[in-house]
Write a protein that binds this ligand. Sequence first.
Ligand code: AQP
Length: 328
Amino acid sequence: MARVLSGIQPSGQLTLGNYIGAIQNFVKLQDEHECFYMVVDLHAVTLPQDPAALREQTESVAALYLAAGVDPSRSSIFIQSHVPAHAELGWLMTTLAYMGELERMTQFKEKAAGRESVPAGLFVYPTLMAADILVYNADLVPVGDDQKQHLELTRDLADRFNGRYGETFKLPEPYMPKVGARIMSLDDASKKMSKSNPNPNSYIALLDEPDVVRKKISRAVTDSGREVKYDPANKPEVSNLISIFAHCAGLTVEEVERRFEGQGYGPFKKELAECVVAVLEPLQARYREIRGSGELGRVLKEGAERAAEIANRTVALAKERMGFLPPR
Ligand code: AQP
């Protein structure tokens, strides 16, 4: 059985981009694989977080996993900082990485842009992400397109470690949706939809009320044409909305195009909003139930125990291979 590992940062309200690019696949993969899904709080603090908000968002992300259908009896759900082996292997990976390869990371360049002083944690984010994956010897990593470069670096670091110290880590593969691997921002289709975007109209949050969703979609930027056609190069805004429609309605892009042939953007946007609301309403109802019950604490404790068992073994082996003196 292949092993799957993935995680999401509690750095804001989860968006429809996180859902389509990552969580939908988390749910799909647990049918046939051994899955580990974490809330990556150690990654979130690579940019300053308000402590109370971080605690609330961490719990909220875990509850959203459950609400979306991640099943704790089949998947281990846990908080990254509850398994200290991540940080320990993260340091070992940092010692293997080169400045040049970290400087090339697009996410680092984007997040560092315009900042007077750039946190060092932001720079070494990909080495911690590599540790997250390698500490479980994961085979598959469900991620959106934006994380593909980090996954390639993970493979390079695993390969470098194996070459230097002997075969220790598996080289993981990305697992991405065919359409919707990158959901774009509603106000600017050249940027991906992001939970930390300061403009809430740029994203649909999974916990947005139905009327807020309707308003955001009606305001979403389109173009001066009227044809509902999937053409990312020439019609990036409309193509993005078509991807969202296809995912939420379980249709192909062609089926969406045919459905709105000759109808213009008005009816398309109206139906899109209802499709998104139909996905979010049941998810939000389950979310409220989960937050109101004591279930989450138990799930996270058991998940962290299962995860730590594997992670501690991997770190011990990596340290032995690197020549660390074991404690007596
Ligand atoms: N717009 C997106 N389209 C498809 N997939 C996406 N993901 C994120 N945005 C989109 C996928 O969601 C997972 C979680 O990502 P993360 O929280 O670890 O960091 P991120 O990729 O940087 O996501 P955000 O929402 O943009 O967070 P902030 O704003 O905090 O940086 C990943 O699998 C990612 O691919």
